[in-house]
Design a protein. Structure first.
Ligand SMILES: Cc1ncc(C[n+]2csc(CCOP(=O)(O)OP(=O)(O)O)c2C)c(N)n1
Ligand SMILES: [Mg+2]
Lengths: 333, 325
């Protein structure tokens, strides 16, 4: 993505809203619906004033019916619309799983390519708000496991906008997992409707000692850790895959080949997590021959997210954890 | 049971309602002062529903609750200090600080838990009812949920299971007019949510949810029906949430006048007026109920504050049960 002159600082939530607005302005088939996306402006204030700009027909409040919401998006997409649905917390995709997994993901293939399901499901994930176990999960691995779904996790303001625009263009169902802790963060984003291509990782920083691959809110934590590591004489490359499915394996393989060490950081619990897939991919790849250390994962604990703030922090990687893990990896190997 | 004319019952009902009110006001205040974290769903204005309903229950009966569950928990007989300790993320809390407001449970009093998932408790209530029935017991299960829950698939599946198996469950819908910002009229085409009962072949009734007596009478009848093996019922208690849905609510979807008009229907004021009118309790006895509630909540905060913070030592070992028996 090229920096343009009309780049300015906005919040991640504003970036999402801007993308939604621009997509609706340029394509009549695009509309959005979900719980409290209208007058309330979305549980996290993402849809904001869109209902006033586009009306209740195109910014549609729904009852609390996640399965119905996603199913209606599948149907509208099959019938030629470009629906975008907001699931209030990514945890509630559990209610909608049949329509996501058995319907949206598979219809194009099952029908021999005779139909397509160009829909976007946006949902915030992640911990750090004291919302406890049913409102704080990082479920990306669920979706990445299902052939037919594309999965993106925007970690920056520009990508919150650019990846969403690309997701809306895409002829397939795309699950966009936003992060609650990022909504209020500011960063540069272009005013115009610039797409961030799906399937293309971003190298956020380059170094020589190790490669840190991180997703979601862990990208900014990894960058902060890299800053501290640099003061200790350890330089890190930080890769943000941005799209989990399809994954830009090449960028990860190339950067790990260059540094010889890989630290994979995710907020989600370790077992069956997405970074386990990245780890396996690296071990299957030519990068394996260049590894100077085992591929290491730094993940959330295998626990439901607890309510108490100190427990919640302990359950997922924090900046000092990344620094410590990276230091060990470099110093011990 | 006459809540208004019997002095002991009136005292109990009033104290419960005041305790819920004072507990939530205290929680609201702690939150505003940054002493409590997370989010919070307050049921101020809705106290008559859990109070009237739980007076129809006895030991051994179960409830399932919701994200807006402090009132249910208190009315079912929970200890305030352990509730407060949970909200303050203390090791002595009902969930050892793991759950917080949205997951408070008090299994000892039959409270199977608040729930962060709308309608999550409804099929669970059916399952508890199934257990009771299979064991040949006469307990009842009372499932609280909001008006927003009736549009979830889980609600329909849970109610239908209870209906076809004649399970001893009473489904209590707290219709506080909104599911977050979605007004009940926009979310449903039926005039009364109790009309939904017809679809499952069970009795359904709509009552004034700001009158603990009306709530109690309806729930009591349904509980008797359940205990007798005649299956579930649906009760819609119409009430109103005074406060925002949660901490992020700017109340854009309703008017100040609407909120004020419901505040004039304060279930506690109405009940106090009724018991005074009947001369069941005196002014000073009313004040005593209020004071008792205030003191209990203050004591709970003191006890909870003095307790140790939840400990992160046993996170991993707490995930799986090693078996209780
Ligand atoms: C499955 C699910 N969807 C959405 C939410 C988010 N949410 C929490 S409470 C709520 C409104 C619930 O309305 P209602 O059932 O009427 O209960 P009330 O809040 O009015 O007590 C919503 C949308 C949730 N917790 N679970
Ligand atoms: Mg409601």
């Amino acid at each position: 993505m090229t920096a343009t002159t009309d780049t300015r600082e906005i919040t991640y939530a504003e970036a999402v809203r801007e993308a939604l607005g621009q997509a609706m302005e340029s394509d009549d088939r695009v509309f959005l619906f979900g719980e409290d996306v209208g007058t309330y402006g979305g549980a996290f204030g993402v849809t904001g004033d869109l209902v006033h700009r586009f009306g209740e027909d195109r910014v549609r409040d729904t009852p609390i019916s996640e399965l119905g919401i996603v199913g209606a998006a599948v149907g509208a997409a099959l019938a030629g619309m470009r629906p975008i649905v907001e699931i209030q917390f990514s945890d509630f995709t559990a209610q909608a799983m049949d329509q996501i997994v058995n319907q949206a993901a598979k219809i194009h293939f099952m029908l021999g390519g005779a139909a397509e399901v160009p829909m976007v499901l946006r949902a915030p994930g992640g911990s750090g708000t004291g919302a406890a176990a049913q409102h704080s999960q990082s479920l990306e691995a669920w979706f990445a496991h299902i052939p037919g779904l594309k999965v993106v996790m925007p970690a920056t303001v520009a990508d919150a906008k650019g990846l969403l625009l690309a997701a809306i263009d895409d002829p397939n169902p795309v699950v966009v997992l936003e992060h609650k802790l990022l909504y209020k963060q500011s960063g540069p984003a272009p005013q115009e409707a610039t797409r961030t291509p799906l399937g293309k990782a971003a190298v956020r920083r380059t170094g020589t000692d190790l490669t840190i691959v991180a997703t979601g809110v862990m990208v900014s934590r990894a960058l902060e850790a890299a800053e501290q590591l640099a003061a200790e004489g350890i330089t890190a490359t930080v890769v943000d895959p941005r799209t989990l499915k399809p994954l830009d394996e090449q960028t990860i393989v190339d950067t790990v080949t260059a540094t010889g060490r890989a630290l994979l950081v995710q907020e989600a619990p370790r077992s069956g997590g997405f970074m386990s897939e990245v780890s396996a991919m690296l071990c299957d790849s030519p990068a394996f021959g260049y590894l100077r250390a085992p591929v290491r994962r730094l993940c959330g604990l295998d626990v439901p997210i607890p309510y108490a703030p100190q427990l919640e922090r302990a359950a997922v990687p924090q900046v000092p954890d990344i620094v410590a893990e990276a230091t060990k990896l470099v110093r011990e190997w | 049971m006459d809540l208004v004319k019997d002095a002991e019952t009136a005292t109990s009902a009033l104290t419960t309602m005041w305790t819920i009110r004072r507990f939530e006001e205290a929680v609201d205040d702690l939150f505003a002062r940054g002493l409590m974290h997370g989010t919070m769903h307050l049921s101020i204005g809705q106290e008559a529903v859990p109070t009237g309903a739980c007076l129809a229950l006895r030991e051994g009966d179960y409830i399932t609750s919701t994200h807006r569950g402090h009132g249910h928990c208190i009315a079912k007989g929970a200890q305030l200090d352990r509730m407060m300790a949970e909200l303050l993320a203390k090791e002595t809390g009902y969930c050892r600080g793991r759950g917080g407001s949205m997951h408070i449970a008090d299994v000892a009093t039959g409270n199977l838990g608040a729930n962060g998932i709308v309608a999550g408790g409804v099929p669970i209530a059916a399952g508890a009812g199934l257990a009771v029935k299979m064991r040949g017991q006469s307990h009842a299960v009372l499932s609280f949920f909001g008006d927003g829950a009736v549009n979830e698939g889980a609600w329909h599946e849970g109610v239908n299971l209870a209906a076809i198996w004649d399970l001893p469950v009473v489904f209590v819908c707290e219709n506080n007019k909104y599911g977050m910002s979605m007004s009940v009229n926009r979310a449903s085409k039926v005039d009364n949510l109790a009309d939904r009962a017809a679809a499952y072949g069970i009795p359904g009734v709509t009552v004034d949810g700001n009158d603990p007596q009306e709530v109690h009478d309806a729930v009591d009848e349904a509980v008797e029906r359940a205990r007798a093996g005649n299956g579930p019922s649906l009760i819609e208690a119409v009430t109103y949430r005074w406060k925002g849905h949660s901490k992020s609510d700017k109340n854009l979807y309703r008017s100040r006048e609407e909120i004020d008009s419901w505040r004039e229907q304060d279930p506690i004021t109405r009940f106090e007026t009724a018991v005074l009118h009947q001369q069941t309790l005196t002014e000073s006895e009313l004040a005593a109920c209020r004071d008792a509630a205030r003191d209990a909540v203050r004591a709970a905060i003191r006890t909870a504050n003095a307790a140790p913070d939840a400990s992160a030592d046993e996170l991993l070992s707490a995930v799986y049960s090693g078996g209780k028996q």
